[in-house]
Write a protein that binds this ligand. Structure first.
Ligand SMILES: [Zn+2]
Length: 335
């Protein structure tokens, strides 16, 4: 409730003695004093004690939202249209576009449009992994023509469909292991950009992680002459960026937005998960933001280490808390 975590919506509601209203846990309103707060399992329970539903967070719409999104998802998953307009979708569900938009925002943190894009990408990736013919897969997922798909997925998948096929079949990824003061760094890249930056001690486990991410790609040890290698090492040592690094990564729409937001955090500063969620205009998606940070494949380049908990503690880091701490200290010292 204190984090306004929408994942808790539906689990309970809280009521405020002084205002006689009750709210879902993610309500954006200011938090009441603890001594004025009561908790109930259900709306009915709160109402039986004389509390009225809040007009901002509309707890009574909870069940309706969930069922709307579930039904909308079923329609979108079946659809082979290039795009389903929110008006048409709302009409099919016998609701209003505004209500539908709110329902989506609440349960997924995305707009219906973003959600349907993400859904289509998931289906597309699945079909391609299963070995479907690319043209068939495209039509199946509602992309009008191959050229449009290539246009769209280039920015969303970070890979062309051909290279995404079957977990990276046909993709050539060169990796290099470098020594830094924070241990080994594995940098992997296609000819289009950097695909992975992992930190650790054991070369083998770093290479295995890469293989898990791209099980069917052709991985090879690169010559290690690329200019971005030294750039990444410099950044590990706390130096400011001196080169733009192109990325070639797989991401959902939401992950991409979070990672872009992380790249806006100035060196030497930190943000909390809550601040990042707010900056994205999705204050209730704190948990989803934390997940996106945890799954960032290109550490350092997407500086997920600059995100910390609201209480100032460092929270987790895929590559170890000690490394996160050092990175922050170095950046703060040289910023
Ligand atoms: Zn409320």
């Amino acid at each position: 409730m204190l984090q306004r975590d929408s994942a808790a919506d539906g689990a309970f509601v809280f009521a405020v003695r002084s205002t006689h209203i009750y709210c879902r846990p993610s309500c954006p309103a200011r938090r009441p004093l603890r001594r004025n707060t009561l908790f109930f399992r259900t709306n009915e329970e709160a109402e039986s004690f004389g509390y009225r539903p809040c007009r901002r967070c509309r707890p009574q719409e909870q069940d309706e939202s969930t069922s709307l999104v579930r039904r909308a998802t079923a329609i979108l998953a079946q659809s082979t249209e290039e795009s389903v307009g929110i008006g048409a979708l709302a009409a099919q569900l016998q609701t209003s576009p505004a209500k539908l938009r709110r329902a989506f925002h609440r349960s997924t943190g995305l707009s219906p449009r973003e959600f349907s894009q993400a859904l289509r990408l998931v289906r597309l990736k699945k079909l391609l992994r299963e070995g479907a013919n690319i043209t068939e897969a495209l039509y199946e997922c509602g992309y009008g023509s191959s050229s449009r798909l290539y246009e769209k997925t280039n920015s969303q998948l970070g890979m062309t469909p051909a290279s995404y096929r079957k977990g990276g079949t046909g993709m050539r990824i060169g990796y290099t292991l470098l020594n830094t003061s924070l241990g080994k760094v594995l940098v992997a890249a296609t000819e289009r950009g950097v695909s992975a930056v992992y930190l650790g001690e054991g070369e083998r486990s770093l290479v295995e992680s890469l293989r898990e991410e791209y099980p069917r790609a052709e991985l090879f040890r690169a010559a290690g002459q690329e200019p971005w290698l030294q750039e990444i090492v410099r950044r590990v040592e706390g130096a400011p960026p001196s080169l733009d690094l192109p990325l070639d990564i797989q991401a959902t729409v939401f992950q991409r937005r979070v990672w872009q937001e992380l790249q806006r955090i100035p060196r030497g500063t930190t943000r909390t998960y809550t601040q990042v969620a707010r900056a994205l205009g999705k204050p209730r998606s704190v948990r989803a933001v934390a997940r996106a940070c945890a799954t960032n494949p290109v550490s350092i380049v997407v500086p997920c280490h600059r995100v910390i908990r609201t209480d100032g503690s460092l929270a987790g880091y895929r590559w170890g808390l000690a490394r996160k701490q050092k990175l922050l200290e170095r950046e703060a010292a040289s910023a």
